[in-house]
Ligand binder design. Sequence first.
Ligand SMILES: Nc1ncnc2c1ncn2[C@@H]1O[C@H](COP(=O)(O)OP(=O)(O)OP(=O)(O)O)[C@@H](O)[C@H]1O
Ligand SMILES: [Mg+2]
Length: 315
Amino acid sequence: MIAVSHLRKSFGGVAVLKDVNVEIAKGEVVSVVGPSGTGKSTFLRCLNRLETPDGGSILVDGVDVTAPGTDLATVRRKMGMVFQNFNLFGNRDVLGNVTAAQCDVLGVPRDAARRKAMDLLERVGLADRAEALPDELSGGQKQRVAIARALAMDPEILLFDEPTSALDPTMVGEVLAVIKDLAKSRMTMLVVTHEMGFARDVSTRVLYMDDGVVYEEGTPDEIFNRPQKPKTVEFVGRICLKQARDMLRLLREGILSDGRVDEIEAQMLLRLAEPFERFGDAKMNLIVSALRQMLSDGVISETESQQISAILGGV
Ligand SMILES: Nc1ncnc2c1ncn2[C@@H]1O[C@H](COP(=O)(O)OP(=O)(O)OP(=O)(O)O)[C@@H](O)[C@H]1O
Ligand SMILES: [Mg+2]
């Protein structure tokens, strides 16, 4: 469905994308991960031509969208995009946000556009907020409106650029649930994400980007549990430690301090613990020894260490 070959893009003499090659089939859910600044957003923006590539080709159903004279409106209609910061129209209500492009770009009659918008809002669980302005919504709700707005154009592919990273942790789940639901309906999606648990559960494939190329790709199991190349191994290791620290912070902030864990806390902790779950023994040992180190350095208390261990499954 999409075939990218030898894609290149530089900014001011710095080559961000050097030689990106990848094929994406219909119905695939592909997660794109990698360190900051390695061109993940640039890659997505080249796909729907928010950026003009310097070289290479991007075939969508056999048509090269980098060819001169390509109708950009058509390209963007095929490839909807959902941004980290929602980019809703602040002066229009929710319904207006989801109907605008249907009417203005596709020429759908107003009544039909409203019916479709209401169906989509129902799907993302926001039918009762149709008349709210974006400012009156939570971040999670805004992002669900942005997804409904993208879906209203009947895109063939949806591109997500870190759809949950601007959200309060308690709202990440509701947005991921909508994306998971889309994945079930076999929507083709490319998702730049730092949510490793999500990448592991939902994607059919993971692309690890580094050095201006797709440095390593594979199933979630291959990339997260058995990375082969040095930079991927290092990246996955760093994620482990970051998640261990996040857990520690939650503990410090007293999330478990009253000895009870409510539903939301349990969900947050489970999400943080997810990437650890299926790690092979070697990585689990790595985490355990990192925890021991933190304990012996006095960074964490004995009680905290025990709590973390309990969360990790009684290591
Ligand atoms: N319009 C632009 N003009 C100049 N430099 C840019 C532009 N867009 C991106 N860059 C540079 O290109 C590099 C890659 O940026 P990009 O946003 O694609 O990375 P990323 O992988 O999405 O990072 P992050 O994980 O932080 O979002 C960065 O060094 C960035 O500063
Ligand atoms: Mg980015």
